[in-house]
Design a protein around this ligand. Sequence first.
Ligand code: MG
Length: 289
Amino acid sequence: MKFITFARDEEQLPGLWLGGGRIADLSSAVGSIQELIEAGEAGLKAARDLAKDEDVNLSAAAVRLLAPIPRTRKNVFCIGRNYIEHVAEGARAAGQETRLPEYPQIFTKAPTAINAPGAPVRLDAGLTKLLDYEVELAVVIGKAGRDIPKDRAYEHVFGYTIANDVTARDLQRRHEQWFKGKSLDTSLPLGPWIVDAAEIGDPTTLELSLTVNGQERQRAKASMMIFDIPTIIASLSAGMTLEPGDIIATGTPSGVGYAMTPPQGLKDGDVVVARIDRIGELESPIKAV
Ligand code: MG
């Protein structure tokens, strides 16, 4: 199933993307996708039942998609430098030798950075001269847990979505901690939906790619991660509780703009499309403000 949040009038409503231009409104069963995830198996069952109900079936054209969780309860967890070729291109751009991380590199993005599929990403030229993209597979936590062992990690995954970890490279460097350069408003396009874990099956077989104005910049298999999803979940949850609706962006492959020769920042009017097979595509126009 593909879990969405959609806007109708002023309301944010939970739903299912049915395909064929149709969605199912789940609001008679749950208040939000966050609530549905917290409900566990009961939430999935309610969604399955409503998907067959003609009375809640709507045209997708009548609604606007938001991020599947438009406002997470806490910061979005992110893994840095998790694909070898991306570590290597970063080292090259900095004139340094490639050194692979020994442990997952963890940072976060503010919940206010979350952006809807199709919505513009702000480009404030007074603030950043090098705005960059990063396609990432995002894991959505279902069942809460602390000290989750690797071999139980997938039991805590509700599903998967696409994240574009948009980054102001100059701010990322200037402030040393990455938080500011990673957390500008609209700098986390997320969606277009969360696909439940059972439908995805083995996430290591997923392929990620990203284009700018139709030109391919990034392509890799999720199996190329340095730290795989069980390792990331075990490491993050060690002594720290993960909760339903928490999101973990698992790192980006090579091909980012700042490592190109010369470095290429996103420009007004560019259209960035992040894709992951079996999930979908997440389009973001860049808009000067
Ligand atoms: Mg990233």
